[in-house]
Write a protein that binds this ligand. Structure first.
Ligand code: AMP
Ligand code: ZN
Length: 135
C-alpha cells in the first residue's frame, strides 16, 4: 500500500535518500530534516497510512516498541536528559505530512523546545458528557 506523491512513501521505500538510523520490514527511522532539537528522529511506516486512525493494529504495537528501543539507545548516544514521543493526527493537531509517523524528540535540560499546553481545569459538565458517551 502506497500513495502517489507521498514524500514519506518515497523516503520509506528508499527512493529519496534520508539519514536513516534504522530500518526493518515495517519501518524506517530517519533524522528529521527540521529538528526541534539535536537528534530529533521520525519513525515512518513503510506502508502508507494517513495517520494513527488508520494504522494497522499490529504495526501500532510494533511502532511503540520500536520507539522505546530507539530512545533507550539514543539517549546514551546523544547524552540527552529526556525524551518526548509526539504523534500528530490531522491538521488541527499539527500534522503536516499525511503518512503515519512518530516523532522522537530528545530533550536537553533548559532547551527551548516548545511542546506544551496551558493546563485547563476539568469541567464537571465535560466530564459527565464524555464519560457518558464513551462508555
Ligand atoms: P508532522 O507535523 O507531525 O506531520 O511532522 C512532519 C515532520 O516531517 C516535520 O517535523 C518535518 O520537519 C519532517 N519532514 C518533512 N519532510 C522531511 C524530509 N524530506 N526528511 C525528513 N524529515 C522531513
Ligand atoms: Zn505515504
Amino acid at each position: 500500500m502506497r500513495e502517489e506523491n507521498c514524500i514519506f512513501c518515497k523516503i520509506a521505500a528508499g527512493e529519496i535518500p534520508s539519514a536513516t538510523l534504522y530500518e526493518d520490514d515495517d519501518f524506517r527511522v530517519i533524522l528529521d530534516v527540521n529538528p526541534a532539537s539535536k537528534g530529533h528522529a521520525l519513525i515512518l511506516s513503510k506502508e502508507h497510512y494517513r495517520n494513527l486512525y488508520e494504522l494497522d493494529d499490529g504495526l501500532a504495537s510494533k511502532a511503540l516498541v520500536l520507539a522505546k528501543k530507539m530512545i533507550v539507545r539514543l539517549k546514551d548516544v546523544l547524552g540527552c536528559d529526556g525524551y518526548n514521543i509526539v504523534q500528530n493526527n490531522e491538521e488541527a493537531a499539527g500534522q503536516t505530512v499525511f503518512h503515519f509517523h512518530m516523532h522522537m524528540i530528545p530533550r536537553y535540560q533548559g532547551d527551548k523546545v516548545g511542546i506544551g499546553w496551558h493546563m485547563g481545569e476539568l469541567k464537571e459538565k465535560d466530564k459527565e458528557e464524555i464519560l457518558n458517551s464513551v462508555k
